[in-house]
Design a protein around this ligand. Sequence first.
Ligand code: KIV
Ligand code: ZN
Length: 387
Amino acid sequence: MLHDPNRVYVFDTTLRDGEQVPGCQLTTPEKIEIAKELEALGVDIIEAGFPISSPGDFQSVVELSKAVSEPIICALTRANKGDIDSAVAALKYAKRPRIHTGIGSSDMHIKHKFNSTREEILARAVDAVKYAKQFVEDIEFYAEDAGRADINFLAQMVEAVIGAGATVVNIPDTNGYCLPDQYGSKIKFLKENVKNIDQAIISVHCHNDLGLATANSIAGLQNGARQIEGTINGIGERAGNTSIEEVVMILKTHQTLGLHTNINTKNFYELSRMVSSQMRMPVQPNKAIVGSNAFAHSSGIHQDGFLKNRENYEIIRPEDVGFPDASIVLTARSGRHALKFHLERLGFSLSKEELADAYHRFLTVADSKLDINDQDLLLMMNKQQLA
Ligand code: KIV
Ligand code: ZN
């Protein structure tokens, strides 16, 4: 089968990078429940954990490997034999195993985390990939803190690990430092200057410290990356990871980018709620795609435009991401059109004069409440009919 050059692979790390958030730890059965939903969503790779980090994490990778058959199951390691041995053992039952190994690539990490040199780090990177390759065919290499790495050294590292057998090269913006054009240029440079780059897939893994994770991931894809790593609801350490639902819906909405995924977008809303409740991590109401206000229209001008034609204020249909429905929220900022819409829904058909009168009463009620529900409207209309 020919490889589709416009296909973007989705690598979910909700259960590894996402689960590193304090207070978000999951039991193995909870992880299995989420993993099954990720499989139904259509993600290509599930990063199931970091087996050496704890017996619980090791066991989760074992059980997830048994429970999920379609996606690749990936386990994280540092660039050393002990970590890799543990990952190999944990992935024993995976139908399609992947080892994700790597090491720091910025001078900051090389000096202040590893107290080492570029030469030594390069050798460790190559050794780790070669070692892992003896056990598992599919090896992803991460160049940690690539966002701040010297581009020539990064290119050298990427070329060396592909030469050693890496099938995927992950270019993480570990600290969410880059601007979109900087991150995009890094990927472009690697595409153009690493001799064996076509033997591997470039992966983008962005953190959200400056609120740029999604924009940076898209910039990476526009410049040749074909795998995107992220989490549901964008959960993750500090300000979180790239939010998978955002990237996927950007690719779907902007078809001129010419890129596509295998994701069943209708599953996003339910999965978002499941992750939120199991990880005890509320979704902010204005979160793109899955926040409770993502499809709620509340100002009079928007409500009027929306009721004339939804597309005036709707670029994604709520049902496309499994959202219950768009809503017209009644507040003191709402106009006559929104009030008429809700009253008709409740069975009231009013003349122009009656509507003007109802609207007058509505504003009085709305000024004393944050939002108006059906009960408030019925009460208001009963009073009007009695008056
Ligand atoms: O952010 C990062 O660099 C990571 C790596 C371990 C892939 O999560
Ligand atoms: Zn990360």
